[in-house]
Design a protein around this ligand. Sequence first.
Ligand code: GUN
Length: 286
Amino acid sequence: MLNQALINGKEVSEDIRGKLRLEVDKLAEQGVQPGLAVVLVGEDPASQVYVRNKEKACHDLGYYSEVHRLAADTSQEELLDLIDRLNRQENIHGILVQLPLPKHINEKAVIDAIAVEKDVDGFHPVNVGNLVIGDESLLPCTPAGVIELIKRTGIEIPGKHAVVIGRSNIVGKPVSLLLQRENATVTMCHSRTVNMKEITRQADILVVAIGKANFVDASFVKPGAVVIDVGMNRLDTGKLAGDVDFESVKEVSGPITPVPGGVGPMTITMLMSNTLTAAKRLSGLA
Ligand code: GUN
């Protein structure tokens, strides 16, 4: 594998953050500071890390941020009251409720309550619907990051065969829609797909988001294909593993993302980008 065939998500992320900083300065001249509210219910350790990272990203980029850490036994009504307040708060342009929520809270009711124009996760059904029909919307962060990484490889997406493994609402479905929007020919594979390798071996672009450690090995991959690994699997050893067996696949693939350091850093960066977009739209500057 050529050295430049490694897709460095950290580097791309830093580059985009540099551009966001310039936009933050421009907005400041107009008296606007992007503001993000993050809501965490309970003490899930992984969620606590994610929330701290989001807070840090806001601080680094000069955004205003509020983190609401609520007890695990917070009622749905209390959470909805908070969202209602944040929806009306003028210095908040983005609202993110960290998932998963405790079992007694209906996730859908919470997502539906977030103002569409402040839904920086892109999870609200109106934003999802706008994505499907190709209207302006806030795009879900990880899928938007995946597209950005593919574009940075320099390959032209139009006309390429893109295969997506995984059909989740958070990654697989929106990634496939975004690839279609970029004029790729898209095939979706999932846990019930028969002869998956026959399909993935035709892929010029392979996006893997199936949530199984090292699921894709070299036998799934056409020589030279772009491989994007969205997997984040914690092994028993405590190590983080992607859905792609990087060591074997990198020998046949073209540009490929590592885990960690590939898609991961892009998710928060796209969240920051969405928050800036929301701030501009809500302030009448976009
Ligand atoms: N938990 C894991 N990933 C995400 C995400 O992208 N957004 C939110 N809100 N919660 C998550």
